[in-house]
Design a binder for this molecule. Structure first.
Ligand code: ADP
Ligand code: MG
Length: 698
């Protein structure tokens, strides 16, 4: 855009230094352009007028022209009220004010005509409106029509910048900026997708005359936002591919083949095979692999990660597998060591609690190259962990790690090792396209054969005794039971108390020596956790009482019951993850969601979703609708969430369109140098100016 657009907001008529500071702090509005991009979040339809006689209870907000009379104050101090009568030719409405009476009263003139706007309620046979908006009749022109509502804050409101105050600023802005708004998208894109031009879109989003204009405007602006984002992500992907060389793994190698032919404990599913082929292709390409592997809980990602590691090892490189918790890393290590026991592959485990001596041995073994496969936690990221020739890194449950941590692993070799990140938290397609737009994505969309679906049941506290009986029955069949309690930082103390009192009552109901119970929570030392966990894994205990530390990855095939306490406090994806801990053996499994009696509408929906669906992707879609993308993805990727108008949970079709178009455009014209894309190129240069590490595209 132009230099006017970049002017500090302070210099807009009606702003000044004080308001400017507030606008910056509260709404991130620094420049004229920022204000232009501060879009109304909804509109008031003020096209319709009502007559008192026609009012119905279904009316949301009413708009009546009438005369004010009988203004009177009742009561004193805090219980003071002001009433007035408002009548048109057909009837009368009672107006009432509870606050701000001393400011409002002097503005009201009995006998004058006003436009009344507000929410009407029927008490008995009388209509009431509390705190109505009254506009003097001669100013009506300014109020009727389609009114934008801007988000504001308490502090801004105190300085007169409530929605209407902001609206006035936008009006001031429009008079000076409207003629300078330039088109940012090429004509062919506007035509093919039936989009408004830039200027018209801005005008109609701020000053629409009706619903349709507002939809058209928003469509255009959302499209632009999403297209530019997708262009950015895909340019980055293309550039990374072109510029980041990758180690070439010529063959799958002996190690892989020997393992595959002799020691793989089960045939791979078709989905696992397909994913390995996709990865294999990357590893051979000479380009750096940066791939996301998505697969529901229990879909068998671990063995895929091992096979990928073996390809690296067979090509003379080292491999690393990183998991978010010590328990999970240990389990991967033990499992892999077991699978590899007849092969000549040196595996090591490195976590925060690895003893100094062992740690030294590992550091040395990694540098000399003796250790070929390193399994571990965040401890792998430390600078002291240096490899002889790290060829491939696999990050399990990657949503637990930040982008920065991913990047850290890149630096562990002269040419970055190939990176495979895995997640069992299925992400709706539209989100994956946005958050992981710079990654290639593989999906395991098939569970290993023989899994019986898990039956999920929602129960209330009154069911407790029958629940205990059910547990006894299952244990008598030789099964094991998980009981999980919520534990969050904000209510840690209470949560621990609940966990402990739950543990006590379970201990009473399941006494020694007939029963043994493990307990695992964050306040135990790693060694104690491990000990308790191992007792459960070995079948020495029948019940595991735990907090969500067991959420990720733990594998005890004999466990057939997952009881989740206070299930209403968990998010959907977490519930689904927890449920995935059972149903891993051949037996029928159960997930029991225990909740309080009073549930919010949203909590009910979550419980119902869990009861009705075992499909992680379907659950993720519901989760997205309920929580929105921010909560779903965590704050670590929030940079991508900086969307002004598009909505990742609601604009699915538009996201897909933008994605497809971005890919198409870049396939035909990777540098955007063809004349039809010159405008797009200029726009992207503008966009990328504000992003770090983008010097190269210009
Ligand atoms: P996740 O994808 O959740 O990490 P895991 O890798 O832990 O799942 O696998 C879950 C269970 O399924 C493990 O016990 C694993 O040994 C088993 N498994 C994985 N792939 C297969 C397969 N192709 N056939 C049978 N069992 C499999
Ligand atoms: Mg796993």
């Amino acid at each position: 855009m132009t230099t006017t657009a970049d002017k500090s907001i302070e210099f807009l008529k009606g702003v000044g230094p004080q308001r400017a500071e507030l606008l910056q702090k509260e709404l991130n509005i620094f420049t004229f352009k920022d204000l232009l991009h501060h879009f109304p979040f909804r509109y008031q339809n003020r096209l319709e007028f009502h007559q008192v006689v026609d009012l119905t209870t279904s009316e949301y907000a009413i708009q009546v022209i009438g005369t004010l009379s009988l203004i009177r104050e009742v009561g004193a101090g805090r219980s003071k009220r002001m009433y007035a009568r408002f009548s048109d030719s057909s009837g009368a409405i009672e107006l009432v004010w509870f606050q701000g009476i001393q400011w409002i009263k002097p503005l009201l003139i009995p006998g004058e005509k006003y436009l009344l706007y507000g929410k009407a309620r029927l008490f008995g046979s009388n209509w009431h409106v509390a705190h109505p908006e009254l506009t003097p009749f001669k100013e009506i022109d300014k109020r009727v029509g389609y009114q934008p509502i801007y988000s504001s804050t308490e502090k801004l409101t105190a300085k007169g910048l409530h929605s209407r105050g902001i609206e006035r600023l936008v009006q001031n802005l429009w008079t000076i900026i409207s003629n300078e708004i330039q088109e940012t998208l090429p004509q062919y894109l506007l035509e093919e997708n039936h989009l408004l031009g830039a200027k018209e879109a801005f005008q109609k989003v701020h000053f629409p005359n009706n619903e349709q204009e507002f939809h058209e405007a928003r469509k255009r602006l959302k499209f632009e936002e999403l297209l530019l984002l997708q262009l950015e992500l895909n340019l980055k992907k293309v550039r990374l591919k072109q510029e980041t060389a990758g180690w070439v793994f010529e063959q799958v190698g002996d190690v892989f083949t020997t393992f595959y032919e002799h020691y793989l404990p089960f045939p791979l599913t078709e989905a696992q095979k397909r994913v390995i082929r996709e990865i294999r292709k990357d590893l051979r390409s000479g380009k750096h692999m940066n791939r996301l592997l998505q697969g529901d809980v229990g879909s068998g990602k671990t063995v895929v990660s091992l096979l990928v590691a073996l390809i690296g090892i067979g090509n003379g490189f080292q491999a690393a597998i990183m998991a978010p918790t010590e328990i999970l890393a240990t389990q991967h290590f033990i499992g892999m060591q077991e699978l590899l026991k007849n092969m000549n592959v040196e595996v090591a485990l490195l976590t925060g609690s690895t003893k100094i001596k062992e740690r030294r041995r590992i550091h040395e073994g990694l540098q000399k190259g003796g250790i070929q496969l390193l399994v571990g936690t965040h401890a792998l990221l430390e600078d002291v962990v240096q490899f002889n020739s790290l060829g491939v890194v696999i990050i399990d449950e990657q949503h637990r790690f930040g982008v920065a941590q991913r990047a850290k692993m890149w630096k562990k070799n002269t040419i970055p090792p190939h990176v495979l990140v895995m997640t069992a938290t299925p992400i709706p397609r539209t989100l994956a396209m946005t958050f992981y737009g710079d990654l290639d994505v593989s999906v395991i969309d098939e569970l290993p054969p023989g899994r019986k679906p898990i039956q999920t049941i929602h129960r209330f506290e009154g069911h407790r005794l029958r629940l205990f009986q059910f547990m006894r029955d299952e244990i008598a069949l030789g099964r094991q039971v998980y009981i999980v309690y919520p534990l969050i930082e904000e209510s840690k103390k209470m949560d621990y108390m609940n966990l402990m009192s739950g543990f006590e009552s379970i201990s009473r109901a399941f006494p020694l020596p007939q029963y043994a119970i493990s307990i695992v929570h964050g306040q135990l030392s790693a060694a104690d956790k491990e000990y308790e966990m191992q007792r459960f894994v070995k079948g020495e205990t029948q019940i595991m009482v735990a907090t969500t530390v067991i959420e990720v990855g733990v594998n005890v095939p004999n466990a057939s019951v997952m009881i989740i306490e206070s299930a209403e406090r968990f998010g959907l994806s977490q519930l689904h993850q927890l449920r995935g801990r059972v149903g891993r053996g051949a037996e029928k499994s159960y997930c029991i969601l225990m909740t309080g009696d009073k549930l919010s509408k949203e909590a009910k929906k979550r419980m119902a979703t869990m009861v009705n669906s075992n499909d992680g992707f379907e659950i993720a879609e519901v989760d997205l609708q309920l929580r929105g993308p921010g909560d779903l993805m965590g704050t670590q990727q929030s940079g991508v969430l900086d969307l002004k108008i598009a909505n990742l949970s609601k604009d699915g079709p538009l996201i897909t369109l933008a994605r497809d178009l971005a890919i198409q455009i870049l396939e035909k014209d990777p540098q955007l140098i063809q004349s039809e894309n010159s405008l797009l190129r200029a726009t992207m240069i503008e966009v990328l100016k504000t992003k770090p590490n983008w010097g190269k595209f210009s």
